[in-house]
Ligand binder design. Structure first.
Ligand SMILES: Cc1cc2nc3c(=O)[nH]c(=O)nc-3n(C[C@H](O)[C@H](O)[C@H](O)COP(=O)(O)O)c2cc1C
Length: 201
């Protein structure tokens, strides 16, 4: 198992997958890690719909494509780094559809205040992504399909209180991903008050 800090430093979005399946035993490890996240009042208001069925997976990938091509791409053309734009194009036009598993991460408003759902559900999602990376799996946290919440909820038979918040595509990476591009923590940290660099040397 890789070192925790190696996992953190290599985790990134994977948008092209090989045809190889992901065994349930690995999914269990990934989902177990997800459920050890903190949550407001320890309500653990998450629900994971693990989609293997090809038709349902295809539907989710299709909703993702529709939202991207129906306006999100046009907006992102002027906002997103060209490299990421091209990769999302690749994911939405076939890459995501080839992932053997789509985990729809939901928040249950029946078991927690709705306003706390994102802050409780996304730590669990991050645990899931890190666990996937630790096991060598590729993963992509996506939210495009949630813009078509009704269609997504219908295809998964979600009760009204269960809100789809993200779709994580999971599988084996078709190619090796390079290192993530991130701004150094040094530029994001302040000493005692905003604007004073914490790091003096
Ligand atoms: C809240 C959130 C929503 C995201 N939604 C999408 C998405 O809908 N489609 C997608 O391809 N990537 C999505 N991403 C992945 C980001 O594009 C990715 O994390 C970011 O560009 C960093 O790229 P890297 O992982 O390659 O370093 C999302 C990430 C977050 C945190």
């Amino acid at each position: 198992m890789p070192d925790f800090f190696d996992v953190v430093h290599t985790q990134r979005a994977c948008r092209s997958f090989s045809d190889d399946d992901v065994p349930d035993e690995l999914l269990a490890k990934v989902l177990d890690a997800a459920t050890f996240a903190p949550s407001a009042e320890n309500k653990q208001p998450w629900a994971f719909v693990v989609v293997r069925d090809p038709d349902t997976r295809g539907r989710i990938a299709e909703l993702t494509r529709q939202v991207w091509e129906g306006g999100a791409r046009q907006y992102e053309e002027t906002h997103l780094d060209a490299r990421i734009l091209a990769d999302v194009d690749q994911g939405t036009t076939g890459g995501f559809a080839r992932a053997p598993v789509a985990v729809v991460v939901c928040g249950d408003a029946g078991s927690a205040f709705e306003s706390t759902l994102p802050s409780s559900v996304f730590p669990a999602t991050q645990n899931l992504l890190l666990a996937a990376t630790a096991l060598g799996l590729g993963s992509a946290l996506t939210t495009l399909a949630t813009a078509m919440r009704d269609e997504l909820s219908t295809s998964l038979a979600l009760p009204d209180t269960v809100k789809p918040m993200a779709v994580v595509f999971l599988g084996w990476p078709a190619k090796k991903l390079g290192p993530p591009k991130r701004v150094s923590y040094r530029e994001k940290t302040h000493r005692d008050r905003y604007g004073e660099s914490f790091w003096r040397s």
